[in-house]
Every structure is written in structure tokens, then in C-alpha cells.
Design a protein. Structure first.
Length: 216
């Protein structure tokens, strides 16, 4: 991870406090309209309908502080995307957080993996509807879905624990199993099922670990 930090310069703001923009509590006068606070930025967001989940990860590496936006897509094309927030802005009514970010690209050539940031800057808005309910939009094709300001709006539930393991098993595994059954169609029925289960289980573990990214 240190190499990734150095190469991409992941030294943007620590979203845990948004540079002091977000107050840690809600005032009594604003109690009727839930507002985004610091705790919200330290939680996971999951949507069963969209089969996606995301969260902001703040970390320290090599004496530097950085942040990442991690999106897990557990749908028809299971994958995990990593983004680097470049700016954040809280609306005047403190109910919507607008985040601009660039995606991290991984390219492998000659058994070596290199990383770079997309030239395109993406934007998405996280709007608080109640203490644990938020909305955000997902755009893109099945293989390239991402958080955006266009696309379909989904309701996300805020949670303290990562939904990756449960979502990978419930949504991603059936997709992976089906794909591997096709990949091993030349084998006997018993071998086909054996290897499809083996690789699907491995895929679930990989999805979970990739979403629950740990800085090394």
C-alpha cells in the first residue's frame, strides 16, 4: 500500500473530519432534518436493491494521511472499485455531501502491476434522509457501475459492520458459480460442480477481502 500511496500521491484530506467542515453533532433546532455528521463518514453503506455497498476509508501510511472511496458491486459483474476523493462539499442545509473522486486503475503487464488515476473526475452525492437512511445514485454499465450524480437513485442503509461477506455470499456467489459451471463444462458433472464451487468460494473470499481493504 505504501507504493500505491507514493505513486498516486494519496495525501488528500482525511474524510473522518472533513477538515472540520462537518460538526460532530446535530443541534436541537435541526433535529427534525437529519444532517450529515462525522460519524456518518466512518460507516458502511449498503443497498440490497442495487447489490452495492461503499464506504470512505481514512488511513495513515508512511507518515501520511489519505482517504479512499471503496465501492463493492456484488451484482451481475462482481468487482470492487477504489477511488481517490479530490474534494468534498457539504450543502448549506447539511443534508448532502458532494464528493469528487478519481478511480484507481490497475494494469498488469509482464507479471507486474502498475497503478494510475483516471483522467476523468467522477462526482456523487450522499443525501441523508434519516439517521440510518441515505440516498445515492449508481450509473454505468453492468461491468462498470460507479457512484455518480446521474443514473438510478438507491436508498442505502448505514451500518457499523462491513456487509461484504454477506453480500458476496448472497449476491456474488451465485453469479460466479454459474460462470464457472460454464467454464468447466467440458468436465464430468461431478468435477464441474466441484471446481465451480471451489472457485466460487474463492471468489467470495477475494471480493470480501478486496472490499475490506487493509493498508499494509
Amino acid at each position: 500500500m505504501k507504493r500505491l500511496v507514493v505513486k498516486l500521491g494519496l495525501t488528500v484530506m482525511a474524510l473522518g473530519t472533513l477538515g472540520g467542515v462537518v460538526a460532530p453533532s446535530i443541534s436541537a433546532s435541526a433535529a427534525k432534518k437529519p444532517t450529515i455528521n462525522n460519524t456518518d463518514l466512518k460507516r458502511y453503506y449498503k443497498s440490497a436493491k442495487s447489490k452495492t455497498a461503499f464506504y470512505f476509508k481514512t488511513y495513515k501510511s508512511g507518515g501520511k494521511t489519505g482517504s479512499m472511496l471503496i465501492l463493492g458491486d456484488f451484482g451481475s459483474k462482481p468487482n470492487v472499485k477504489y477511488g481517490v476523493p479530490t474534494s468534498t462539499k457539504l450543502s448549506k442545509n447539511r443534508q448532502t455531501l458532494t464528493t469528487k473522486y478519481k478511480l484507481i486503475q490497475f494494469k498488469t503487464a509482464n507479471k507486474k502491476t502498475t497503478t494510475s488515476l483516471t483522467k476523468k473526475t467522477y462526482t456523487f452525492k450522499l443525501t441523508k434522509k434519516s439517521s440510518n437512511k441515505f440516498t445515492a445514485k449508481i450509473a454505468g454499465t453492468k461491468a462498470n457501475r460507479h457512484l455518480a450524480t446521474t443514473g438510478k437513485t438507491y436508498t442505502y442503509t448505514r451500518t457499523k459492520t462491513s456487509p461484504a461477506a454477506a453480500y458476496s455470499k448472497k449476491y456474488a456467489r451465485p453469479v460466479l458459480y454459474k460462470e464457472y459451471m460454464k467454464a468447466f463444462s467440458s468436465l464430468s458433472a461431478a468435477q464441474q460442480k466441484k471446481f465451480a464451487n471451489q472457485y466460487a468460494d474463492s471468489g467470495v473470499k477475494t471480493m470480501t477481502n478486496n472490499f475490506n481493504y487493509k493498508v499494509k
